[in-house]
Ligand binder design. Structure first.
Ligand code: TYM
Length: 332
């Protein structure tokens, strides 16, 4: 039976990139693999980005990320769902992998380079980030990792780390593979500045729990095909981020209508955005309603996370013991 592991950072509100790139997949794989599907809110990763970390908000954002995943349909009785810092073994295995990972391999990581170039002083944790990510996955000997395309390089590094450990200390870990959602590899940001990302802040994101009026205020000025200046100019949906969103949210007849009518200037960009808002509303409203219901009993969220941490620890503790023994640490 394959074992699935994935993690999501509590660095801001969950957005539709997270939803289509990862969260829907968590639910789907959870239905298939039950307790062999393990999902984690990776709060130890969040402070590696100084711009997104605030001790005053970390706990709230962690809770909200849990809430959003439950509202999307993750069933904590069927899968294992918990908070990373509640299972101390993540940090311990992360450290042991740090000892064996060449700095050069970490410096090549695209996400590290992107984030580091914006910082004056680079925390060592930002460089070590993918080592902790490898520990998250391998602590459960997981082989299947549902993620967006931006994480593929980190999963390749995880395979390297597993291979190196197995070579140095005998066969222990599987070499995991990334599972991508083909139609949502890299959802663009609504500001038209590349990938939608929590760390770029709310001007880039459409939040899973964001109200429709606020979403409309972002969609209305969002850039479309730059060659379409006047209403009468024909547009090219293939270079329009609104069309990318239609492919995620709208039904096939609407997608086809937009594809045809945009090209012959039959509809304007505002009509096209209104049609999109309808699709967004149909997708997000049930999720938002469920989030409101769950919020009425927050203690159930905390209970579910505590049960999840206990289940995760039951798998992690013997793996950690095996690693300590193989690496030669004195037993208790
Ligand atoms: P994070 O929190 O940045 O993103 C969570 C998930 O959402 C996906 N994603 C996207 N997919 C498509 N389009 C986008 N615009 C978009 N933005 C984000 C990400 O690929 C991710 O799957 N390093 C991970 C967290 C992590 C992890 C792990 C993941 C820590 N340990 C172990 C898997 C396994 C991250 O940055 O997540």
């Amino acid at each position: 039976m394959p074992r699935v592991f994935s993690g999501i950072q509590p660095t801001g509100e969950p957005h539709i990139g997270n939803l289509f790139g990862a969260m829907f997949n968590y639910v789907k794989l959870g239905e298939q693999y039950g307790k062999n599907a393990i999902y984690c809110i990776v709060d130890l990763h969040a402070p590696t980005n100084p711009a997104a970390y605030d001790p005053q908000t970390l706990a709230r954002l962690t809770y909200e990320m849990a809430l959003a995943n439950l509202a999307v349909g993750l069933d904590p009785d069927k899968v294992i769902f918990f908070v990373q810092s509640h299972v101390r073994e993540h940090a311990e295995l992360g450290w042991l992998f740090t000892l064996q990972t060449p700095v050069g391999e970490l410096e090549r990581m695209t996400q590290y380079k992107d984030k580091a170039e914006k910082l004056e002083s680079i925390p060592a944790g930002l460089l070590m980030y993918p080592v902790l990510q490898a520990a998250d996955i391998l602590l459960y000997k997981a082989d299947t990792v549902p993620v967006g395309e931006d994480q593929v390089q980190h999963i390749e590094l995880t395979r390297e780390i597993a291979r190196r450990f197995n070579h140095n200390f005998s066969e222990t870990f599987p070499e995991p593979r990334a599972v991508l959602t083909i139609d949502a590899l890299r959802v663009p940001g609504v500001d038209g500045q590349g990938k939608m990302s929590k760390s770029k802040g709310p001007s880039s994101t459409i939040g899973v729990l964001e109200d429709m009026e606020s979403i409309w205020q972002k969609l209305r000025p969002a850039p479309t095909d730059p060659a379409r200046v006047r209403r009468t100019d024909p547009g090219n949906p293939n270079v329009c981020l609104i069309f990318d969103y239609h492919k995620l949210f709208s039904d096939l007849p609407t997608i086809e209508m937009v594809n045809v009518e945009c090209r012959r200037a039959g509809i304007g960009c505002i009509d096209c955005k209104k049609a999109l808002l309808g699709g967004i509303e149909r997708t997000l409203t049930p999720i938002q309603q469920r989030a409101a219901e769950i919020s009425a009993q927050p203690e159930q969220v905390y209970d579910a996370l505590e049960r999840g941490a206990n289940e995760a620890r039951a798998i992690a503790a013997p793996v950690m013991e095996e690693v300590r023994q193989k690496m030669g640490f004195l037993g208790k």
